[in-house]
Every structure is written in C-alpha cells, then in structure tokens.
Design a protein around this ligand. Structure first.
Ligand code: ACO
Length: 395
C-alpha cells in the first residue's frame, strides 16, 4: 500500500502510507519483534524467559528503566506501586454513576482520563521525578479501576486493595472477594495471570501505543495519553479481539462451515492474523501452555476444543497459509479469562492493565527523545478547491 506521491504544491515526494505499514514513527529501544521468525523481546530479553522466570512488576520495571532491577530496586518499586493502589473516594462515585450495563472499557477509559483532574501536578511532564510519580500511580491504580468497573457491572460492592498481596493476587481479590475474610486466590491462577500480564506488557508500535505516543507528543499529561491508548485498545481489530474471539467461538455451529464463510469474506477469523507476525505469535504459544495450568484448577473450557479444531483446519488451509495468518495473542487468552469466570466484556480490561507499563515506557521514551516532534502526518487532499460561498436559498 506504500505509494510515493507528489503532493500538490509541495516540493519533492511524500509517502502515502495510511496504515503506517512501512513508516517508522519513532526510534525505540524497548521492544524488539521479528515477525517472520516469531520473536518477541523486551529490552533484549526473550518473552519466553521472562514469562517463565519473571513477575509482572519486574517486567514493568525492565520496560520503564531499561534494565532488570536488583532485589533492592524491585522491593522499592513493588513498595511504591503497592502504596499507590487506592483511589480517591470521589472516583468510586464517578464509576458508580455509570449505567449498570456500561462496558468496562468505557468505564476504564473515562476514569483514567478523570484521574488527570485529581493529579494536576501530572502536567509537569518535564520533571523526571514527577513523571516517575505519575507512572507509579497509573501502574498501581489500573487494577483497582478495572476491578471497580467489573464489580459495578456485577452490582457488587467494591473491594478496596489489600496491600499485603502481590499485584496480581490483589487484583484477583478486588475482583472476586465475597466476604470479610481474606481472599487468597489459587497460586496457579495467580501465576497464570502473572504470565498473561507479562505477555501483554508491551508490543512496540501497535495501534494503542501509537495512540499514546501521538497524543503524548502534544505534551499532555500521561493520564490523558493513556486514556487515548485505552480507546484504541477497545477496538475489535486490536485488544477488543479477545472479546470478539470468545463471542465467535460461542456461536460457531460447524467449524468447517464457519471456515468456508471466512474464506468467502463473510467474516474474519478473530484472533488470527497480525500486522507484524507472519508466523505463529510467540505469545499465543505461551498462552496455549498456560491454558493447561488454568484448566487444571477450573476444569477444561469446552470452547477449547472448537478453538483447537479451528486452528488445525486454518493452518492446513491454502487461504490462511498464503496470507500467513496464524493465531495471535488474543486467540487463546479469552478461553483462560472465561475459565476464570470473567464476562467477555472484561477481557480487554485484562489487556489494558498490563499494557499500561508498556504505554508509559513508550511515553517516557518519547519525551526523552530530543528529535521527537508533535505527531502531525501529512495528508493527500482529495476535496474541492477554492469556490464561492452559496447562500442557503440558492443551494
Ligand atoms: N480472518 C480472515 N482473513 C483475514 C484475517 C482474519 N482474521 N486477517 C487478515 N485476513 C486477510 C485479509 O482479508 C486480507 O486478505 P486479501 O489479501 O484477500 O484482501 C489479508 O488477510 C491481509 O490482511 P490485512 O487486513 O491487509 O492485514 P493487516 O495487517 O492490515 O491487519 C489485523 C492485521 C487487523 C490484525 C487482521 O489480521 C485482523 O483483522 N485480524 C482479526 C482481528 C484480530 O485478531 N486482531 C488482534 C490482533 S493482535 C492485537 O492487536 C493485540
């Protein structure tokens, strides 16, 4: 789709690349992807090793600071995040104001942008200490906001953070706690969520990160920039795909017939295909393995059989082979989320929470790059040229 076009009235050539298919919008040292080989690395560390051996907060530190933390650094970062998990009480009322059936991504996007009004100091983005404080606040408060949005939809009282628990264990407690007793989730579920959070933490210049960078390039506060990222992630072609996959799996009657419909262009096989990966998405491989750990606790999700059958047929079919369409991160994640009793509307929230560290690492990098200018693409104007105004009675 890349075309070089001489813009009317402008010297030289401009590139017409509406989906940024071949246009680099920035320089970045955060995440490396080799889409043909199916490689994903954060700051040079392979995703497989991080998923196996690391924790989400450790990975968030790595993304934000460039290096893995020492044990003191990790303890300090964990302490800071843990002590910023609470929300202002008025924000609770703000969430309570939504309709009972409001989509949790809509609630999340609105409440993150509302946070900018609680922290006007966040506009001091030139101060590195101040940036660090806002980053800590956002990473800490996202699970609380996501859990409140979930409980709102369930009509259940909100559960305040339990600062004795880890990041993911606390999130599960805020979601599922039903009595005064301490909530301790199954360790295997905590570990699975930790892995899912690591896999979703960053993915270089995807649609939502590009939105965060684009909005952030105006030098707005990080809450407003991240709210823009949440909006981009909400869409079914991006993070919303995990919700769409589950809804698709639920309504498939015959797998073969469904695939024929996809090939005839009636609909897409959601959770398949990727702009960058032209091979198996490495995150999908890890998630498929995590399915086994979760299903050992929750029982097997019956939709897994349909998903595996779809994958098998698609990987042997010329339509998918010739277009290099493989399962992406969203194909199997929804099955785990459903087994954990999440309604599909919550799936993209479970993506947004861990992606916050990636968005903020990219936002910080953008601000520190002296060559980065405000994002302002060119256009190819196709409309009418100068003409006289026509009074309304003459139109
Ligand atoms: N099912 C069926 N056909 C597909 C699919 C799919 N999931 N994805 C791509 N194709 C086809 C297109 O129709 C097109 O066919 P054509 O050449 O005959 O016209 C060809 O494959 C190339 O697809 P494009 O849309 O040009 O690829 P692009 O890179 O622009 O889009 C995208 C990538 C948006 C991810 C696409 O593959 C898609 O819509 N997938 C389904 C939604 C999804 O799973 N999104 C999550 C992505 S991961 C993430 O964002 C976290």
């Amino acid at each position: 789709d890349l075309k070089q076009i001489a813009l009317d009235g402008e010297p030289g050539l401009a590139t017409y690349d509406p989906g940024f298919v071949n246009t680099a919008s920035c320089r970045s040292a955060i995440t490396y992807i080799d889409g043909d080989a199916g490689v994903l690395e954060y700051r040079g560390y392979p995703i497989e090793q991080l998923a196996e051996s690391s924790s989400y907060l450790e990975v968030a530190y790595l993304l934000l600071n460039g290096e893995l933390p020492t044990s003191d650094e990790l303890a300090g970062w964990t302490h800071e995040v843990t002590h910023h998990t609470f929300l202002h009480e008025n924000l609770k009322q703000f969430i309570q104001g939504f309709r009972y059936d409001a989509h949790p991504m809509g609630m999340l996007m609105a409440s993150v942008s509302a946070l900018s009004t609680y922290y006007p100091d966040a506009r001091e983005i030139a101060d590195p200490e101040n940036r660090r404080l806002q980053i800590t606040r956002l990473v800490a408060k996202m699970p609380t906001l996501g859990a409140f949005a979930y409980r709102h939809g369930q009509g259940k009282p909100y559960v305040y953070p339990d600062n004795d628990l880890s990041y993911t264990a606390n999130f599960l407690a805020m979601l599922f706690k039903m009595s005064e007793q301490k909530y301790n989730a199954d360790e295997r579920l905590i570990k699975a969520l930790e892995v899912l959070f690591i896999l979703h933490a960053d993915h270089e210049q995807n649609c939502s990160t590009n939105a965060v960078r684009s909005v952030g390039s105006s030098q707005v506060d990080p809450y407003s920039a991240v709210a823009a990222g949440i909006g981009a992630l909400y869409g079914p072609l991006h993070g919303g795909a995990n919700e769409a996959v589950l809804k698709m799996l639920r309504r498939i009657g015959t797998v073969g017939e469904f695939i024929e419909g996809v090939k005839a262009g009636k609909e897409k096989l959601m959770g398949f295909g990727h702009r960058v990966y032209k091979n198996y998405d490495p995150r999908a491989t890890i998630i498929k393995k995590a399915c086994d750990d979760v299903f050992a606790v929750t029982g097997v999700n019956p939709l897994l059989k349909i998903a595996m059958e779809l994958e098998k047929i698609a990987l042997e079919d010329e339509y998918f082979i010739s277009r290099k369409l493989y399962p992406n991160v969203d194909f199997y994640s929804g099955l785990i989320y459903e087994a954990l009793q999440f309604p599909p509307e919550m799936f993209t929230v479970l993506f947004a929470i861990p992606r916050t560290s990636g968005w903020l690492a990219q936002w910080q990098e953008l601000l520190m790059d002296k060559d980065q200018k405000i994002a302002r693409p060119k256009q190819i104007y196709t409309g009418a040229r100068t003409r006289d105004f026509i009074p309304i009675e003459k139109r």
